[in-house]
Each structure stands twice: as C-alpha cells, then as structure tokens.
Design a protein around this ligand. Structure first.
Ligand code: PMT
Length: 308
C-alpha cells in the first residue's frame, strides 16, 4: 500500500501552492507551540470537507465529480471552534464555508443592497450576514482557523500529506476528521491525455486506477498519535455498519462515522472498537452538534488514557 501511495505522489502534477501551504501550516503550528509552551495546549481538528475531482485531461476540460456539498465539514468546523479547538479546514474550493450555512447561494446580490451610497445587509438577511462575518472574523482574529483549498484529488492528497506530517508534534491533541468525499478511482497523470478528449470516434472506454488509501499512511507514519475519525458513506443501509467496522480495523481509525446518503443529515452511527453509538439530530440545530460533542468526548478519553 505504501508503494502505491509513493508512486501516486511521485507521478502527481506538482502542487502549485506547495510553498504557501507549508508556510501557512507552519505559522499556524508556531502559534500552537507558543501556547503549549506556556501550558495552554489547544486541540487541533483537521477537518476535510467537500469532494475531490478527478481530471480526465491534463489541460483539463472535463472532470469526474461527486455530490458532496461540504455542509458536514463546514458545520463541524463551527462546532469544533466552539469547543475551543483550532481548526485546519481543508476544503473543496467553492464548497460550503463555516458560518455561511444560512446564506443563500448568491449571498452578495441577495443579502446586500445599496443604501445612500454605501452597502448594507437587507433586513431579512441581517442575522445570517452578521453571523457569517462575525463568526469567521473572530476565529481568524484569534488565529484558530486556517483554511486550505483543493479542487482535484491530486491537490487534496498532496495537501493532506503536508498537513498530516506537520501534525506529528501535536500528538494526541490532533484530531483528523475525514468528512471529505475522496474519489475512489482516478486517471494517473502519466497515462492521462494531454488535450481535450475528442468525441469524433464515437464511444470510448477509459481505464481508471484505484486511489491508494492514505489513512493507513497517516496512522503509521505521518501522525501516528493523532485521534483519527473517518466516514463511511453508503446508499445501502444493509452493508453500511459492516463496512464501517471493517474500515475501523483496516486503517486503525479511532472512530468511523457511518452515514447513509438519504438520512445523513438526521442520523449517524459512531462506530468504535468498544461501542456503537446512534446519534440523531432530535432537537439540535443539526446532526453535527451531537456528532462533534461525541467525538470531543472520545478524544478526551483518549488523552486521559495517555495520562493514566
Ligand atoms: O459534504 P456533505 O454534502 O455534507 O456530505 C457529507 C458526506 C456524506 C460526504 C460525509 O458525511 C462522508 O460520508 N464523507 C466520506 C465519504 C467517502 O468518501 O466515503 P468512502 O467510503 O469513499 O471513504 C472512506 C474514508 O476514507 C473517508 O473518510 C475518506 O475521506 C477516506 N479516504 C477515501 C479514499 C481515499 N483514497 N483516501 C481516503 O483517505
């Protein structure tokens, strides 16, 4: 598996913003280290969010995409921040953002209006706009939120490697929360067409390679002490828990969140080695509130085990 992952990285197109990503992750960690040095160790959640795309051509015109909106990751980020975590929000460009979930699709034109030569929020949207601006502003001001963007699978996995390896010193205080929908199959860069695929020849067949799973690498090499939570999404409820249990063992996760496509906004099952907890939205504003609370408590137990 490690060899497959290595050859994925070796053949991937170089990450254009690599230096910027490394610098911003290091700056974020420097703040964490400075706080830890004076006894104020904060936990860090790395929340992955949204779906990766798989390009079909090097000069890319077409991609394979998936349905993920990033709503789970954005909502969870808000709750981690509220639980006093610092958050690295690794998200799909253009996907749902923390504190913006109540805004309409086109917020600038729908929520704002010109009044006497300046711009104001329309009354109907005032609360949502205030929440979006102040929530984000406060997290950034307190240096608790770092946003990193990806679009393609190549970008996502390369940034994940950078962040993963950087989290080693954070040890058990790091939580990886893999809510992103990561492509399972891709076209390797070295076998990808340079130019736009032509339609003149009628039907076509394309060979996709399996994407190497990186969760094992993260557990074994990048950040072996971090608390790791992955997600399992299925459309067939009969196989969901079985698959979640299997990925718990296969990749050494501390918890796997099992969710079914149709009911994912109302119900999830947190699967751990010892217990399986069914969480429902109930009276909560959304399912991510009980979910994040549950995982924060599990990480507390994990930290206490170390101290015992
Ligand atoms: O964004 P929303 O619209 O709110 O939807 C949220 C969600 C349904 C996408 C989310 O709750 C969810 O289930 N995300 C994981 C979906 C998924 O890709 O499942 P999977 O079975 O393909 O992958 C299992 C886990 O392995 C995932 O945590 C994934 O991040 C990780 N993975 C997958 C492939 C890969 N090559 N490497 C990985 O690390």
């Amino acid at each position: 598996m490690e060899q497959e992952a290595q050859s994925f990285f070796d053949s991937a197109p170089p990450l254009r913003c690599r230096d910027d990503v490394v610098a911003s992750v290091n700056r974020f960690l420097d703040i964490w280290k400075a706080a830890s040095a004076i006894g104020q160790t904060r936990r860090i959640a790395i929340v992955t969010s949204g779906g990766t795309t798989v390009p079909l051509e090097r000069r890319c015109v077409r991609v394979i995409d998936n349905f993920s909106s990033g709503s789970r990751g954005a909502a969870s980020t808000e709750y981690f921040l509220a639980s006093d975590y610092a958050v690295i929000f690794l998200h799909r460009r253009g996907s749902m953002q923390p504190f913006c979930r109540s805004l309409p699709d086109n917020p600038i034109q729908e929520c704002l209006e010109p009044v006497d030569g300046s711009i104001r929020a329309r009354e109907k949207w005032f609360d949502a706009v205030t929440r979006a601006v102040t929530g984000h502003h406060s997290a950034v001001l307190q240096k608790k939120l770092l946003k990193l963007e990806f679009t393609t699978l190549f970008e996502y996995l390369q940034i994940l490697e950078i962040v993963g390896a950087a989290m080693k010193p954070v040890g058990r205080h790091a939580m990886f929360y893999f809510a992103a929908a990561v492509s399972d199959f891709y076209v390797p860069w070295n076998s990808m067409m340079e130019h736009k695929i032509q339609s003149d020849d009628g039907s076509m067949t394309m060979q996709l390679a399996p994407v190497p799973k990186m969760l094992g690498l993260l557990r074994k090499h990048w950040a072996p002490e971090a608390f790791c939570v992955s997600f399992k999404l299925e459309t067939d409820v009969d196989i969901l828990l079985k698959k979640a249990r299997s990925s718990l063992c296969k990749y050494g996760m501390h918890a796997v969140v099992a969710n079914e496509l149709e009911t994912r906004k109302n119900k999830v099952v947190v699967v751990t080695r010892k217990v399986e907890m069914v969480l429902e939205k109930g009276d909560c504003p959304d399912i991510e509130l009980p979910l994040v609370n549950c995982l924060v408590a599990r990480q507390t137990m994990y930290l206490q085990q170390q101290q015992a």
